[in-house]
Design a protein around this ligand. Structure first.
Ligand code: CEZ
Length: 792
């Protein structure tokens, strides 16, 4: 049903119907495409705001990427209809829209391409999608092979959705000189001031072909006729009508009629994407198609190669071999790729939420630390002199502040030291702390030290008389917007997270020779933890907050939202929870939040609006922040478990982030293990039937935290000022693992083995015993053999 390819470069699915939403995604410097196994696609490109070139059939709302997107017959897609000209039989690859179950089907998600192989009635259709590195466009290959022992008369009809482009102006036609279809539109606008912006947009959608088609159709309605999209009337005829679209929804369909001998194969190439004008399309055609025909370079193939190279730069810093092959596959191949995607694209927004931007770059610290460094400086240069961090980081001069960034959240400062600490662990680059950057409201330059210290002071001040941090209209939990909008409500989680941020900042200051500041924040952390225990401990776990009307919530007497995961995990990190409290809260989480699919964000899920908590309670129970297995929050908790040495609990939950290994679990999740989704449905105890279902949304802050869980926790290979600290926390049933760790340029081949002869973990480098388990004086480009003996 699903399997990794032999070289582990692809994940394969062998049916279009058992996991109908299974998908993969590709991205480049300007775009992203989410491709489903049945041929549906969601693509966006940046100009600089996200735009489309393949639209839904009706007016689409502009929004950020959503979980659990529904697919429907006219959903934008890329298909190939195939007609046997003799029998008249029709099917389509990869599966939609005709929905004839092929004799053989494979959907393979790779890192730099997505490939299908469909065999039906002795025809093999191979489709592949790749992207160039820079330009927003799709590179498609469609290969047809006649597997039968006789001549075949065929027509194939590559179909690319253009959809409803614009209510102001839309049209489309075939252009002989370009050998392709060009559809045109005007992005709707009303203010004359917007004309300056929209006049430069890439409002055209084009489909270029490397081979001249026999016919085409550009009018969606004419193509479908009475048969509709599963059985378009137009392909019943001998030839498509060569129609055009005049303020009618365009489509890009070509027809290739051919006779094929036994064993013969024919490959077609297509480019589909947005452009500003025909000159640009002509330029693309020359670069990708013509030069080759003229004996020059094969621009298309070169672009594919360059793209493969680009994606492969997203390598992580560990390669593992454990008793769990599925985990190995995910960690070695897909997890770094997903982190890299976040770091490179900023989730296709020009004003990422500050916490997302910082955490995405925390992940980038493992892959391209120089990019993370630059990002931290960018973020800090938008800080206010008061120490406050803005809700979004503006990355482009023409960026518009998105809706969510107009809502004041109070947590942004805590992420600064936390995310920076990973960067420092990896690089030991303390010079970043001396970098001088301006503020949003002042040109005056101050060091990064000073900036972050101000952020910590801001957190220290943005508190009520009890010493609890205000929540305003939200914290990490975006939609918790009505706890504190009157100015009084406080966030339990944020107060705890602040204590943790103080500790991290104190650690950094100490290592950066700012001992006084370190002391100040250690003290502040202790005081904060004391306040947390005084006002938020509910007896068995920590409360989530206290509302504007002084009502404590997330406690045992609540019917819904009785326990929230975030205060629990972060209390493990901040040290608020002593051993007794740790035990209690871990038990409470196990009993009330753990499910077969991971740990839920809260429980029971809210089933109706709680006006003193906010719109989080209005989300469907078990989805997103209202009680899903929200992997970002689950990852914080797992990280907390590792911080207190709870290795069995930690690994059990970590493993639940991936679908599988058994078939039942995979069916439940409905997703291939090529990314971690932002959530799996929760509300397990309320709606067991839907629990476990993947959101299929691969934008999530989860991934860098999972990586930290692996590096700092499970394998215990965290960087420190002195070197690499080896402190694994393997689950007790693992006898041996090997890890290749790339660290500050050095390559360490680490073998971790249970050994009944040792009482505590012992570390040997090239045969030499290392007293404190910290491997020092590592040389860049040098290789080391490390043996770690772990007590049985
Ligand atoms: O967005 C994420 C945010 O990008 O939700 C997280 C938050 O920490 C991230 O910064 C938790 O709230 O209703 C909403 O506005 C939601 O909050 C979504 O925007 C949410 C999506 O699920 C995307 O992951």
């Amino acid at each position: 049903m699903i399997r990794a390819s032999e070289d582990n470069e692809y994940y394969e699915l062998t049916s279009p119907t058992i996991l109908p939403k299974a998908s993969g995604f590709l991205w480049n410097e300007k775009m992203m495409i989410h491709m489903n196994c049945r041929g549906y696609a969601v693509a966006q490109f940046m100009q600089p705001e996200p735009g489309k070139y393949s639209y839904a059939p009706n007016l689409e709302a502009k929004t950020f990427m959503q979980p659990e997107q529904p697919y429907y017959a006219h959903h934008p897609g890329r298909f190939v209809y195939v007609k046997d000209e003799v029998s008249g039989e029709i099917f389509s690859a990869p599966y939609e829209p005709v929905r004839v179950l092929p004799d053989k089907y494979t959907f393979s998600v790779g890192k730099h391409n997505i490939v299908w192989k469909i065999e039906h009635h002795e025809l093999l259709i191979e489709m592949s999608l790749s992207l160039p590195k820079e330009d927003p466009m799709e590179l498609w290959r469609v290969k047809v092979t006649n597997l039968s022992p006789k001549n075949r008369k065929l027509s194939i009809y590559p179909y690319f959705t253009v959809g409803y482009m614009s209510w102001m102006n839309q049209s489309g036609e075939y252009k002989e000189d370009l050998q392709g279809i060009v559809c045109s539109a005007i992005t709707p606008y009303q203010k004359y001031q917007d004309y300056e912006k929209i006049k430069n947009l890439k409002d055209k959608t084009f489909l270029l072909a490397d081979q001249e088609p026999s016919a085409w159709e550009v009018n969606q309605e004419a193509f479908e006729g009475e048969g509709g999209i599963p059985s378009p009337s137009a392909i019943r005829g001998e030839m498509l009508q060569k129609g055009e679209s005049r303020y009618e929804s365009p489509v890009a369909v070509l027809q290739y009629r051919s006779e094929m001998e036994p064993g013969e194969e024919r490959e077609y190439r297509f480019i589909f994407g947005p452009a500003h004008d025909e000159a640009e399309i002509d330029q693309i055609r020359r670069q990708y198609f013509i030069d080759k025909n003229a004996g020059g370079q094969d621009g298309f193939a070169l672009a594919e190669l360059e793209y493969a190279e680009y994606v492969s730069e997203g390598r992580g810093c560990i390669e593992i071999q454990t008793p769990d092959a599925d985990l190995d596959n995910f960690v070695n191949h897909w997890l770094p790729r997903q982190m890299y995607y976040h770091g490179q694209t900023n989730r296709l927004t020009t004003d990422p939420q500050t916490r997302n931007y910082l955490q995405d770059n925390m992940g980038m610290s493992y892959i391209k630390p120089e990019m993370a460094r630059a990002a931290f400086l960018t973020a800090l240069s938008q800080q206010e002199v008061s120490g406050a961090m803005p809700d979004g980081i503006i990355l482009h001069k023409d960026a518009e502040l998105k809706y969510i960034n107009q809502v004041p959240h109070t947590d942004h400062c805590v992420w600064l030291p936390i995310c920076l600490s990973t960067y420092l662990d990896e690089t030991n680059d303390f010079t970043i702390l001396e970098e001088r950057v301006p503020f949003a409201d002042s040109e005056e330059l101050e060091s990064v030290f000073e900036h972050i210290t101000r952020a910590m002071h801001w957190l220290m001040k943005d508190r009520d008389e009890r010493g609890l941090n205000f929540i305003n209209q939200g914290d990490w939990c975006d939609p918790m917007n009505m706890v504190g909008y009157k100015g009084k409500g406080v966030s339990g989680w944020l107060t705890i997270a602040t204590a943790y941020a103080f500790i991290i900042w104190a650690d950094i200051c100490e290592k950066g020779d700012r001992v006084n500041i370190a002391e100040e924040f250690r003290l502040a952390a202790d005081e904060t933890n004391a306040v947390v225990n005084q006002y938020l401990w509910d007896g068995e776990w920590y409360a989530r907050g206290i509302t504007d009307d002084n009502v404590v919530f997330g406690i045992s007497k609540d019917q819904e939202g009785r326990i929230f995961i975030n205060p629990q995990g972060w209390a493990l990190l901040s040290g608020a929870a002593d051993e007794e409290k740790q035990e209690k809260l871990i038990q409470a989480v196990k009993e009330q939040l753990e499910t077969p699919y991971g740990v839920e964000k809260l429980a029971p899920s809210f089933t109706s609006m709680r006006e003193d908590v906010g719109r989080v309670t209005q989300k469907h129970p078990g989805t997103a922040e209202n009680g899903a297995v929200y992997n970002h929050a689950a990852a914080f908790y797992i990280y907390g478990l590792y911080a207190v040495g709870e290795k069995e609990n930690a690994y059990r939950l970590l493993r639940k982030m991936l679908p599988g290994p058994d078939a039942e679990d995979i069916l439940r999740r409905g997703q291939l293990p090529v990314f971690i989704p932002n959530y799996y449905r929760g509300a397990y105890r309320q709606f067991p039937h839907t629990a476990g279902r993947s959101s299929h949304l691969f934008n999530t802050g989860t991934v860098p935290w999972v990586y930290r869980c692996l590096i700092d926790g499970l394998f215990g290979l965290q960087g420190t000022k002195e070197g690499l600290q080896v402190k694994p926390q393997l689950p007790s049933n693992w006898q041996e693992v090997t890890v290749k760790r790339i660290f500050r340029g050095a390559v360490l081949h680490i073998d971790m083995k249970r050994n009944s002869g040792v009482a505590t973990t012992e570390v040997y480098v090239n045969g030499k015993y290392i007293e404190d388990g910290i491997i020092k004086d590592l040389k860049s480009a040098a290789e080391y053999k490390v043996l770690v003996k772990i007590p049985s």
